[in-house]
Design a protein around this ligand. Structure first.
Ligand SMILES: [Fe+2]
Ligand SMILES: [Fe+2]
Length: 392
């Protein structure tokens, strides 16, 4: 049988194995198929002893010397075969792809990861790239971007009302932080755009919690009271096990309702710090709502029957909270005092009227979003009415 001639040659000159020889060997072998020969010329004195061990480690075969300082390597199967799932977003992601970035090659036989959200329809949404781009461009800092030095000394009853509202907002920010944070480690990294959007959402909520707490403390009153009714409502949100249902309850129903609340707070803010906080938080929340709407649209286009399970989730939550009277008097009173501008009877009357209108606007905006997701008027009215009194 005629001797096989080398498919490629490489001259390593006097480069020693510890000086990076494997880099050049791997590059030369990458262009060969299994069974083909590479001829290596190397003048380094330690090369010959190290080459055999290196070939065994890398899954190749050291064939022998073919002349002075000349050696031959037969390309083997390599350390592990690789798969290349491609750069398109697959309908289903293999848990064995693990943490490999989409579009790259992956060695076979890697560990199986415990991601449970591995189907595109479990997590995907349109417009993810644009939501993420806006989120990255609109990050703000509570220390840098809020006019803290312009905070006036407010009448005690207004400052106390604001401190109570900031306390309520902060509780809700924690819920809005923990819900996406719970799901991130369950989402297969193949759907990285979803993970990226949710990661920024978590960072947004951390900033909101920080900024609202600062506002309560900056007025000298400190934080107010957290009511059981609010805690029970948020607990039902935190415990929702299904991603799509959680996104519906949090982003569409809860954060959607908070958009109206933040507009109200900006409108009635008695100081520029509160107004700026409400405006910046509203900008972030609008993105969170946009993600929720896009995800729900994606799911409902493919599984329209899921509307009934989403409706059931809202109604189930409403039944669980049936014993809870509604928005806590701490928050409700504070909103009326803020909107009325004080505690004189005519101010309270004006404030109560504004809070009545606030509830009506929240309901109208929820029904609009539900229509946008294909719920009919009857369903939208019913679901909006069953939404938690706690807003989130
Ligand atoms: Fe928030
Ligand atoms: Fe949010």
């Amino acid at each position: 049988m005629p001797e096989q001639s080398p498919k490629a040659q490489i001259d390593l000159e006097d480069l020693a194995i510890h000086e990076g020889t494997p880099v050049l060997l791997r590059r030369a072998l990458a262009g060969l198929t299994a069974g083909e020969l590479l001829e290596v010329r190397a003048d380094s004195s330690d090369f010959f002893e190290a080459l055999g061990a290196w070939c065994r480690e890398e899954g190749h075969c050291y064939v022998g010397s073919s002349g002075p300082n000349c050696y031959r390597i037969e390309k083997g199967a390599g350390t592990a075969p690789v798969v290349a799932p491609g750069n398109h977003v697959a309908e289903s992601a293999d848990p064995n792809w693990g943490l490999a970035p989409r579009g790259g090659k992956i060695e076979r036989g890697g560990p199986k990861f415990a991601f449970t959200l591995c189907q595109k329809r479990d997590v995907w949404a349109q417009e993810l790239a644009s939501i993420y781009k806006q989120a990255a461009a609109n990050q703000w800092s509570a220390a840098r971007d809020i006019p803290w030095s312009s905070l006036p000394k407010l009448p005690a009853e207004l400052e106390a009302a604001l401190a109570q509202i900031m306390t309520f907002l902060t509780e809700n920010e924690f819920a809005a932080l923990y819900v996406p944070a719970r799901f991130i480690p369950r989402i297969h990294p193949h759907y990285r755009e979803v993970v990226e959007v949710l990661a920024v959402q978590v960072a947004d909520e951390a900033r909101h919690a920080e900024a609202f707490t600062w506002r309560a403390e900056a007025g000298g009153i400190g934080l107010g009271t957290t009511a059981n009714s609010g805690q029970l409502s948020l607990q039902t949100l935190l415990e929702e096990p299904d991603f799509t249902t959680a996104a519906f309850l949090l982003c569409v129903m809860g954060e959607g309702t908070f958009l109206t609340l933040l507009t109200f707070l900006e409108q009635f803010a008695p100081d520029p710090v509160t107004a700026t906080l409400a405006r910046l938080a509203h900008r972030d929340e609008a993105r969170h709502v946009a993600f929720g709407m896009e995800h729900l649209r994606y799911v409902l286009e493919r599984e329209p029957e899921r509307r009934s399970s989403l409706a059931a989730a809202v109604e189930r939550r409403s039944r669980m909270l049936a014993s809870v009277s509604g928005l806590s008097p701490y928050v409700s009173d504070a909103l009326m005092i803020l909107a009325g501008g004080g505690v004189a009877p005519q101010q309270v009357r004006a404030g109560a009227r504004q809070v009545f209108l606030l509830h009506r606007e929240m309901d109208a905006a929820r029904r609009d979003r539900l229509h946008g997701l294909g719920f009919d008027s009857f369903q939208a009215t019913r679901l909006s009415a069953h939404h938690t009194r706690n807003f989130m």
